[in-house]
Structures are given as C-alpha cells and as structure tokens.
Design a protein around this ligand. Structure first.
Ligand code: B16
Ligand code: MG
Length: 219
C-alpha cells in the first residue's frame, strides 16, 4: 500500500499555467519575441530562469543578456504573474482535487507538494489548501528542477518515506520524467501524446479517483 501522495501544483491542483502564459507573453512581446500557447506547453514544470532561457533562445537575433539583466527580466515576469494571481481563491481548485486530498487523509497517507514554483506556498494559501499538506517542496528547496527527480525525492526524504511507496501526480512531461527517475508511481493528467511515460494516465483531474489510483499502483 502507498504511504504518500505528492502533488504538482500548476496544472494539477490549480491551473496557473494560463497566468504564467499571459505573464511570459507580455514580457516576450516587450522584447519583440513571438510567443504562443503551443510553445508555452514546453515551459510547464520548468523553472523561471530555465523558462526565460528557452524564450530568449526562440529568437536568434536577440542579443546575449548578462545574468543580472536576465534576473531583472525574470523578476519583471514574476511581477506580471503576481498581479494575475491576485484573484486566485478556492474556486480555482481543479475538479476532484479536494476530494482526493480528503481521501488521502482518511487513509492516513502523507501528503506533499512538489512544485517548481517559488510562488507555490502563497498559491496553496490562496486556495485554502495548506492544511492538507504535511510538507511543501517549492523551488527554494531544490538545486535541480524537473526533470531531475530532486523535487520529489526531497519531499519523500522529508516525510521519511521510501520512493517506491510514493504516488506522484503531474501534468508536465518534465514532471513525469522526474517521478519515473525517482522510482515513484507516476500519475499523469493530460493526453498520451504529451505524457507517454506516465504509469497511469487520466484525461483531467476529475478522473483522479482515489480507489482507481490505488488499484493501478498495486498492479
Ligand atoms: P515561478 P509546477 C511550475 O509549477 C510551472 O509549471 C512553470 O510554468 C513555472 O515556470 C514554474 O513553476 C516556476 O514558477 O515563476 O512561480 O517560480 O507545475 O512545478 O507546480
Ligand atoms: Mg505542473
């Protein structure tokens, strides 16, 4: 039987991907870089600085920025993002998530967050979900972001639980890869084209049913 559930934040608990998209798009446009929704898919689960590097690489005519300049650009993007998430409240919890958290607690399982976002604790608070979490891993706690397994292994280590006793839920390919490398059971939310390596795949969060996940884990 599993001992812990580890949740990704953006795309699993709430859909902040849309806010990240608008914030990056605004910055990219100011720099004269074309940026669309399809490209945004590649930024899911990727850290703020790595995302900026990928955006700057989109346009070969963009001059090389110093680290200091890049930090300023990343901070500017985050300011746009913070403005957009101002309105986040419990109505922004994705379908099925709070029910699953309640089932986790009923079954006496540990619950952790494994997010690449520096804003993760603040967003959990706005959603009113902080009380369900035994441990929160955000970008400040890890050196190597997803697809490195460190985000998830840090959570399991803090809870004192073996990696193979953990179930992780992710919407990003980089996150599924991180879970698989950690030897955790990976549950993907999305389609098979984006997440071909998930151990168990559901189309959206309302299909995240506790008994079904346990059944798949035990197979
Ligand atoms: P921040 P997750 C990730 O969250 C997002 O998917 C990714 O698009 C974002 O760049 C990253 O957090 C960093 O976020 O700028 O707030 O530190 O999916 O790992 O919960
Ligand atoms: Mg995500």
């Amino acid at each position: 039987y599993p001992q812990a559930f580890i949740y990704d934040l953006d795309g699993v608990i709430t859909d902040t991907a849309e806010f990240h998209f608008f914030a990056w798009k605004k910055l990219a446009e100011e720099l004269g870089i074309f940026f669309d929704r399809q490209f945004n898919e590649q930024l899911k689960g990727i850290s703020r600085m790595d995302s900026l590097d990928r955006i700057l690489n989109l346009d070969p005519s963009i001059p090389a920025f110093s680290l200091e300049e890049k930090e300023k650009l990343a901070t500017r993007k985050n300011e746009y993002y913070l403005e957009l998430i101002e309105a986040v409240d419990p109505s922004h919890i994705l379908p099925g998530i709070e029910a699953l958290l309640i089932e986790n607690k009923k079954a006496n399982l540990k619950v952790a967050l494994g997010s690449a976002s520096k804003n993760a604790p603040a967003i959990l608070d706005k959603l009113g979900l902080t009380g369900y979490f035994d441990y929160i891993v955000d970008a400040s706690k890890v050196k190597r972001g997803k697809p490195d397994p460190e985000t998830f292994t840090t959570a399991a280590d803090a809870l004192g639980i073996a990696y193979w006793d953990c179930i992780g839920i992710e919407d990003a390919a980089a996150g599924i890869e991180a879970l698989n490398k950690a030897k955790m059971f990976s549950v993907g939310v999305g389609d098979a084209a984006h997440l071909p390596h998930a151990d168990y795949l559901v189309g959206n969060t309302s299909e995240l049913v506790f008994e079904k996940i346990i059944e798949q884990y035990q197979k």
